[in-house]
Unconditional design. Structure first.
Length: 117
């Protein structure tokens, strides 16, 4: 069974930076890509971006493009989300996810990011 564990969340002032990590564990971990989503209170879950596991190609939502960067370390089964120039509207619980066949099958519990104004 695959497990994902996020870390790196916290409280930061607007304009600051955070780097989230997501480590995958389990003997059967195979994924086509890894993605980050976030969910703020009272709002729907929002896609942030993803990275293809093999080639490292990335795609980002317009709301974070130019501020957030996704990277992965295949040797550590880890995906990162570098968040710069944070805004109060970036406050949310951030989840990583992965899977194969076009499906996000594995989900982490999430890590809270709070951006103060």
């Amino acid at each position: 069974q695959v497990q994902l564990e996020e870390s790196g969340g916290g409280l930061v002032q607007a304009g600051g930076s955070l780097r989230l990590s997501c480590v995958a564990s389990g003997r059967t971990f195979v994924t086509d890509s890894m993605a980050w989503f976030r969910q703020a209170p009272g709002k729907e879950r929002e896609f942030i971006g993803d990275i293809s596991w093999s080639e490292g190609y990335t795609v980002y939502a317009d709301s974070v493009k130019g501020r957030f960067t996704i990277a992965r370390d295949k040797t550590k089964n880890t995906v990162y989300l570098q968040m710069n120039r944070l805004k109060p509207e970036d406050t949310a619980v951030y989840h990583c996810t992965g899977g194969t066949g076009g499906r996000y099958s594995y989900w982490g519990q999430g890590t809270q990011v709070t951006v103060s104004s």
